[in-house]
Design a binder for this molecule. Structure first.
Ligand code: SF4
Ligand code: SF4
Length: 457
């Protein structure tokens, strides 16, 4: 398994063995990753007022965010929220480049701060890994490789389970795990498909996710401009680069870059930042850390590689809030205002009503005409509610075939009922009827539906 791809250099791919150096920024990234990992594994099991903190059940179109339940009727809120998120990412990228990728993106966090650490723990540092991959199979190599891949599969399995919990909820996940497999085939298969995908991503595909697959990386060319702060090499200061030679050149009259190559050695995407801003740079800042180590040793100012914009390096301009950033900020403010209005003005209860398909009207005793309706009542609140349906006209009766009863918190119920209208009151083939959803005599929601009946002469 291991010898098939890992460590092999092909025409298409150079296997990358990034050196890990624990500089100041690496330590910050590690702390962020610990918080991130704790949140990732615990959020699906956390509750607010009995509802999950986050549930993204696309299959049943049931979403929960911070304990607030969203149903298909609220899909426009999700679309708006997604739009806000996308514009925020665009603004953030215009201002700070791809720093999201290096510091927050789950792919980088899991790869660099979790699986890479396991790999280094088992196989040793870069040099030992290269040696191990080049060595013939022997007991030590077998133990290390099998050990590493068993752990990779195990943690991929844990991630897959947690990921599924975000999609189906922790209770459903526990059922999938604890109940017989034949009752949960789709859940069982999903876990293993996700496990295989995560395992392949972290053991084989790795940085290619960021450099080839991820569409966000490809957008950099469009989003970055001369004022974007990115991880950059201050070439004005660094060039002409050259080795430090205290005998021939005691004052080191060259640029500050001593061409040690460490910034390339630590790069998880294998690029040389001294060649300028590149699409493959995920702004992980590993090269800043290692170059600062070198600058300390050769007694030069820090941040030969640092967060700079083109204009900072070449025009000595300070970072500024550009018109482009102001434009996107304005769009975000408008979108958030609209989104907040819809969120705070939406009711706790909702109802959808459909007249039964294929049925026109029925003659009922007492001179009434009836229509049959199917309704779904949704309770977005955190408490169960006893609901009834009424009409605004006292002459119109509601007769349940299947009463709604109590609608559970964050749940929905289906109900079937007749509307009965005195035949003498029907004046047109279609009559508009207003239906109200009642809770303790209080109207929660009013909707209109149509009633078909015979035309009276
Ligand atoms: S780490 Fe710094 S000094 Fe070394 S090659 Fe890179 S830029 Fe030059
Ligand atoms: S160039 Fe530097 S910041 Fe960019 S990916 Fe490589 S190490 Fe990370």
């Amino acid at each position: 398994m291991d010898g098939l791809l890992e460590g092999k250099e092909t025409d298409k791919r150079k296997w990358i063995y990034p050196l890990i150096r624990k500089g100041k920024l690496y330590k910050w990234r590690s702390w962020i990753s610990y918080v991130y990992l704790i949140l990732f594994f615990s959020v699906p099991f956390m509750r607010i007022n009995g509802q999950p903190v986050l549930l993204l059940n696309f299959m049943e179109r049931h979403f929960v965010l911070l304990g607030q339940v969203f149903w298909p009727q609220d899909i426009f809120l999700f679309v708006l929220a997604t739009l806000v998120f996308i514009v925020c990412i665009v603004l953030f990228t215009i201002a700070f480049g791809r720093i999201f990728c290096g510091w927050i993106c789950p792919q980088t966090i899991f790869m660099e701060m979790f699986f890479r650490k396991i790999e280094n723990w088992i196989e040793g540092d870069t040099h030992k890994q290269k040696k191990l991959n080049a060595a013939p199979w022997n007991p030590e190599k077998i133990v290390k490789k099998v050990g590493k891949h068993v752990l990779f599969v195990f943690f991929s399995f844990c991630i897959a389970n947690t990921f599924l919990a975000y999609l189906v909820g922790s209770e459903s996940l526990i059922k999938i795990i604890t109940e017989p497999v034949n009752q949960h085939w789709s859940g069982f298969l999903s876990i293993w498909v996700f496990t295989i995908v995560f395992y392949l991503v972290y053991s084989q595909v790795r940085e290619l996710v960021c450099t080839v697959i991820c569409p966000y990386g490809r957008l950099q060319g469009v989003l970055l401009d001369q004022d974007t702060l990115v991880v950059a090499y201050e070439e004005v200061r660094g060039e002409p680069r050259g080795k430090l030679d205290k005998i021939i050149d005691p004052d080191h009259l060259k640029g500050d870059c001593v061409d040690c190559g460490l910034c390339v050695a630590v790069c998880p995407t294998g690029i040389d930042i001294r060649q300028g801003t590149q699409m493959e740079c995920v702004n992980c800042t590993a090269c800043i850390d290692v170059c600062n180590e070198v600058m300390v040793k050769i007694n030069k100012p820090l941040n030969l590689i640092g967060f700079y914009s083109e204009n900072m390096i070449h025009k000595r301009q300070k970072p500024s809030f550009t018109g482009r950033m102001a434009g996107y900020s304005g769009i975000i403010v408008v979108l958030i205002t609209v989104l907040s209005y819809f969120i705070f003005s939406r009711g706790d209860m909702d109802i959808t009503v459909m007249r039964s398909a294929g049925m026109l009207y029925q003659d009922q005793p007492g001179g009434y005409i009836s229509n049959v309706y199917n309704a779904e009542i949704i309770n977005k609140s955190n408490t169960g509610r006893d609901i009834s349906i009424k009409t605004d006209d006292p002459a119109i009766k509601v007769k349940y075939i299947q009463a709604p009863g109590k609608v559970p918190a964050g749940g929905s119920v289906k109900t079937v009922f007749f509307l009965l209208i005195p035949a003498s009151q029907i004046r047109a083939p279609k009559t508009d009827v207003k239906l109200s959803l009642m809770l303790d005599k209080k109207v929660q929601k009013t909707i209109s539906t149509s009633f078909v009946g015979p035309i009276n002469d």
